[in-house]
Structure formats: structure tokens, C-alpha cells
Design a protein around this ligand. Structure first.
Ligand code: SAH
Length: 396
């Protein structure tokens, strides 16, 4: 097997079981491994540290499969990891409460680069790294036997594949899918999921419990759902008897599905506005016209995938939070999120604090929200904690 030898002193993060090796830590690679091939990681003094997948183009040169020299990287390792991932989630699933779940969450489940979401009886998979791509057939076979799903569809069209030198792959891997859209249930609300064209694998499963949280807080409220996508928060506000709901998103396609979802849940007679606009512009317009709301949700896309974009992203988060706090009625609630890996929860709190200060308001942070249980945070991989949200009450 090919050896990757680290520069002196660069083994520290590996000893703490962080699963990534950055190109800057590499002293030497003996031989010429192919993309995704399993290599040994050695300290500068030649001590075995881990077995990893090699990625020739990425800044992350290797991702660890195992720290155990005696463990072979192959079918039985993947079987064990996939089996464990499925088993650890089971006790957290209350029967018949939802039918969309993330079964594999990359590094957290010991399979860097593999994401597996199950929508009812259909699985959608992403292979995002060279190592994942290398083992794809083995992994697909295991998923077939472990999930008993009607179909497995691949959505390996995320931008991150480019960083790995991989081209997009989308298509049916097994079974059959006669319909383009599936319907899932989430705590009594139904959603159409467009697994072929939707974002990520079709839906933001990570917000499941936070969407439900909105329900109890919306009664008789005038609700604004910014970055609404297919209406997740808006429909929960309607289920919670909001007096009106406005959905803002720049994507036509998302709003079309949001409308279908509203009809699917029999809320079409309610007071609903669909607004196809840039949220920044929309909020400024509302502020200038003196419009106000009782509850505002901000669930923007990742402004900062990594910490290098944190400065610019911070300004974006500050802008929307400042505007949202301004158009919130006194006594109203702001439910604000960041899914940026590059923005820590601490930093996000500072940004929202700055926004409140600049808006000239007094506010309380009432509740902290995070990604769901099926996106577990690996303690050795803090990067796996990415979604943070606050429920903020505007006092005056
Ligand atoms: N809250 C949603 C997920 C939001 S995803 C849910 O629970 O399902 C982020 C959404 O923001 C996407 O639908 C995307 O189309 C939209 N978006 C991205 N940038 C935008 C912008 N500047 N203005 C309006 N919408 C934007």
C-alpha cells in the first residue's frame, strides 16, 4: 500500500481522530495512488496513524477510514458502519411521525463523503469525495440489502465534487421510480419531494424539528417565511393557525412546489402570499413601507461554506437579521438560522446581537435550535455541527 508521510508535528489532529489531512501537512507520498485509493498515513517518524482515501486534487488530501492498522478497508467495514448508522437512529424515531430521514451523514457515520437520505421507501444518495466514489458499488450493494428501498437514486451533483476532481452523476441506481415526485410526512404535514431537481437530495431534512417548533408559536400571527424553499416553515405556521403567511424565495420552482404543498395540506383558502424576490431587497422594501410582522423566519442558504468566507457572510447575516428585527412588531419573534460551516454558533450570536444593537431594539434569546438527531455531531469532527438557530423575542 502507498504511504503518505506527514510533515513533522502534523500528526496531532490525527491522534485526536480528526478525519482530514490537509495538503499542507503532507511531506511525501511514496508511489502514485489513484484517486480514492486507500493509503496508509504515517507520522514523519514512520509510525502508523491511519488508513485513508487519497484525493489528488482537493485541499483535503486524505480522509480517514480507520485508525486501526488491522482493520481492512472494504465491504465489511462499510457494512458495519452502515448498519451502525441505521441502528443508532432507530430509538430516536417515533413510530409514524415522519417518513424522511438522513441515514448516513458522512464523517459522523464514519463514511466521509457519503450522504444517504431516505424519503419513505426511496433512498437518495450522494457520493461527494474520491474515497466515496472509489467504493460506490460496494456501498450501493450494502444499502440495497440494508434499506429494502423501492429505489435508490443518485444526486451526486453537489459543487463540492468539483473540488475533488469528480464530475456530476445523477440517475437511478436501482429499483424503479415511476413518479418524479414523492410525498413524505413530517409530524402530520405532507410535502412533495422533488428528488431529481430539488436542492441537495430534495429536502432540508435537518430542519424537521425546527419546522415543527414554529407551529406552536404561530397562532394568530402574521408570519413571514424568508428563504422559504418549498414552504416548510410556512406550512407549519399555517398548521399552527397563523392569520397570514408570506413566503419569499428567489426560486420560481421552489415557490411552485410550496404552492402545491399548501394545497396538499388543504390550506389553500388561507391568507397566503408568494413573493419571488431577493430577500435582501424584499426586507428593505418592507422596512421602507413600514410593514411589520409578528413572526419572521430567516433560513438562508450557506453564506460561508468555510471560515475563509466568514467576513463577507457575517455582513450578509447581519443585514438580513437587522432588517428582520426592524420589521418585527414589539413582542414578535425572529427565528433565525445559519447553516454555514464557517460561522460558529458563538459568532452567529454575536452577529445577531450586533443586528439588534444597530436596530435599536431590546431582545431576548429564548431558545437555541440545531440540526436534527439524524445529522449527529461527531465529537472528533466539530465541522459536523453546522446548523444553528435562535428564537429571538423583540421586547421593544
Ligand atoms: N426553509 C427551507 C429551506 C431554505 S433553503 C425549508 O425548511 O425547507 C434556502 C432557500 O433560499 C432556497 O430555496 C433558495 O432558492 C433561496 N434563496 C437563496 N438565496 C436567496 C435570496 N438572495 N433571496 C431569496 N431566496 C434565496
Amino acid at each position: 500500500m502507498v504511504d503518505l508521510i506527514l510533515k513533522s508535528g502534523r500528526e496531532k489532529s490525527l491522534i485526536r481522530h480528526h478525519p482530514w489531512i490537509f495538503s499542507g501537512s503532507v511531506a511525501k507520498i511514496t508511489g502514485s495512488p489513484t484517486s480514492g485509493e486507500t493509503i496508509n498515513i504515517l507520522s514523519n517518524k514512520g509510525r502508523f496513524l491511519a488508513k485513508a482515501a487519497y484525493s489528488p486534487y482537493s485541499q483535503i488530501t486524505a480522509r480517514i477510514w480507520t485508525w486501526d492498522e488491522n482493520q481492512e478497508v472494504g465491504g465489511s467495514l462499510f457494512y458495519e458502519r452502515i448498519n451502525t448508522a441505521i441502528e443508532i437512529r432507530k430509538p430516536f424515531v417515533l413510530k409514524n411521525t415522519f417518513s424522511a430521514i438522513r441515514l448516513l451523514y458522512g464523517e459522523s457515520d464514519g463514511i466521509p463523503g457519503v450522504i444517504l437520505d431516505q424519503y419513505d421507501d426511496v433512498c437518495v444518495i450522494q457520493f461527494l469525495t474520491t474515497g466515496a466514489e472509489f467504493w460506490r458499488d460496494v456501498i450501493i450493494d450494502i444499502i440495497k440489502t440494508k434499506t429494502n428501498s423501492r429505489a435508490i437514486f443518485e444526486r451526486s451533483d453537489s459543487d463540492v465534487r468539483q473540488l475533488e476532481g469528480l464530475s456530476p452523476r445523477v440517475g437511478l441506481l436501482s429499483g424503479n421510480l415511476s413518479e418524479k415526485e414523492l410525498v413524505i410526512n413530517e409530524y402530520g404535514v405532507n410535502y412533495f419531494i422533488d428528488i431529481i431537481n430539488g436542492h441537495k437530495t430534495g429536502f432540508y431534512i435537518d430542519q424537521r424539528d425546527n419546522r415543527r417548533r414554529i407551529r406552536n408559536l404561530s397562532r394568530d400571527c402574521k408570519v413571514l417565511d424568508c428563504f422559504s424553499y418549498t414552504g416548510g416553515f410556512a406550512i407549519n405556521a399555517l398548521a399552527g393557525e397563523a392569520s397570514s403567511v408570506s413566503l419569499v424565495d428567489s426560486s420560481d420552482q421552489a415557490l411552485i412546489i410550496a404552492n402545491k404543498n399548501i394545497i396538499l395540506n388543504n390550506f389553500e383558502s388561507a391568507n397566503i402570499n408568494f413573493i419571488k424576490q431577493d430577500v435582501f431587497q424584499f426586507l428593505r422594501g418592507m422596512r421602507d413601507r413600514g410593514e411589520s410582522f409578528d413572526l419572521v423566519v430567516l433560513d438562508p442558504p450557506k453564506f460561508a461554506p468555510t471560515s475563509s468566507q466568514a467576513d463577507r457572510a457575517s455582513r450578509g447575516y447581519k443585514d438580513i437579521n437587522l432588517l428582520a428585527l426592524k420589521i418585527l412588531k414589539p413582542g414578535g419573534l425572529l427565528v433565525t438560522f445559519s447553516c454555514s460551516g464557517g460561522i460558529s454558533e458563538d459568532l452567529f450570536q454575536k452577529i445577531v446581537t450586533g443586528a439588534a444593537l444597530d436596530a435599536g431594539i431590546t431582545a431576548l434569546l429564548i431558545e437555541r435550535l440545531h440540526q436534527g438527531f439524524d445529522h449527529p455531531v461527531a465529537l472528533n469532527f466539530p465541522e459536523s455541527a453546522y446548523l444553528k438557530g435562535f428564537i429571538i423575542k423583540k421586547i421593544e
